[in-house]
Design a binder for this molecule. Structure first.
Ligand code: SF4
Length: 361
């Protein structure tokens, strides 16, 4: 019996890849469609349960392939319906995935990396640094697990790549994951239902502009002056606001679509009337909408949330100047839904437990 972890993972293959691997193993290529339906549509990972395959094929498949599935090691449900899962990967690293109901529609927020290299000053995941990129199968795996847990395998849902990590920093695996998710024999998620969020990796944005699978784009701006953004988003020193905005102007926006600009609001830092007016000028001429995100405060983050009045005033300035603006509802505050919060707290807990275990009694 081969070592299972070395076998090709059906959950991380595009259908064409699976078809050619099947052919190489002298199995009919059309079996790929059946396998996709079992794994993605029905959530079945045990070949023995795939009853429309012949008995002999069912017996052979475990020697040739595996089907990975992240393990759920933590679950938190909020009173507002938000659910946060802590998922463990094969190497025991952990990522977070969140289900947000009525947002509008049902939305899964998933991770593309373990940790993140971007080190945004207001983000707990950024404090961890980058542990590693996720493989396509691990990105898709979060969607499978969420869809199974929430009972949405056969339903429509949206996906936002706004969990842990910068998706465009893990470009190839992220795009591969989106192609797998889009497969008609799998979860068949239309690109219109997917949003990639980036902090502004300009060369990758330009690459994304050429993709045939074109998701919606959200750009995390968070500041209106270079000095302010240098402080909040260290990547700004490499690709500054002017370059990011220029790349957005060149980005091929689909008909009836717009670029979303995400703006985390931090009290006394980027929430002034002048900021609001500068934001309007920066976005002038771009088909855009602005999503204001009052900070989800968390221990270890040295910023605070602006008052509701300040957020409303900021939003009104944008709206008065004909920008479409929304204010993100604070979801799951009772379940530590700030990105990275669950992992940081779990890590601190286990570090604390290790420390306690090492202490002489
Ligand atoms: S906000 Fe996003 S890009 Fe910035 S450190 Fe956090 S996960 Fe990374």
């Amino acid at each position: 019996m081969p070592q299972t972890s070395l076998l090709p993972d059906i959950a991380g293959l595009e259908r064409q890849e699976l078809e050619s691997l099947l052919r190489e193993r002298e199995i009919e290529a059309y079996r790929a469609r059946q396998l996709f339906r079992w794994v993605f549509k029905r959530g079945v990972t045990d070949f023995a349960e795939m009853t429309d395959l012949s008995k002999s094929l069912r017996a052979r498949l475990p020697e040739l392939f595996r089907v990975s599935r992240p393990a759920v090691v933590g679950r938190e449900h909020s009173a507002d319906g938000t659910a946060k899962l802590l998922l463990e990967l094969d190497d025991h690293r952990r990522v977070e995935s969140v289900f947000i109901p009525d947002s509008p529609g049902q939305t899964f927020c998933i991770s593309t990396q373990v940790g993140c290299a971007m080190r945004c000053a207001f983000c707990l995941t950024g404090k961890m640094g980058l542990a590693r990129h996720l493989a396509a199968g691990e990105i898709v795996g979060q969607v499978r697990v969420l869809a199974e847990e929430i009972g949405l395998l056969d339903a429509r849902f949206n996906i936002v790549l706004m969990g842990m990590g910068e998706p465009l920093h893990n470009y190839d695996e992220t795009m591969k994951a989106l192609r797998i998710l889009g497969d008609q024999d799998g979860l068949a998620v239309s690109p219109r239902r997917v949003t990639i969020s980036t902090v502004g990796l300009v060369p990758a944005l330009e690459r994304l502009a050429q993709e045939p699978y074109m998701p919606n784009l959200a750009v995390s701006l968070h500041a209106t002056t270079e000095a302010q953004r240098d402080l909040l988003v260290p990547l700004n020193k490499k690709y500054n606001i002017a370059e990011v905005i220029e790349a957005c102007r060149r980005f091929p926006i689909k008909r009836r679509s717009r670029i979303t600009f995400e703006y985390v609001m931090l009290a006394g830092v980027n929430d002034s009337r002048e900021d609001a007016k500068r934001l309007v000028s920066l976005l002038n001429g771009i088909r855009s909408k602005v999503n204001l995100i009052p900070l989800n405060e968390a221990a270890g983050i040295p910023f605070s949330r602006p008052t509701d009045e300040r957020v409303d005033e900021f939003a009104q300035i944008l709206a008065d100047r004909h920008l479409t603006v929304s204010v993100r509802k604070s979801r799951g505050r009772d379940i530590r839904a700030a990105c990275g919060q669950l992992i940081v707290e779990e890590t601190e807990k286990s570090a604390g437990q290790k420390l306690a275990a090492a202490m002489p009694t």
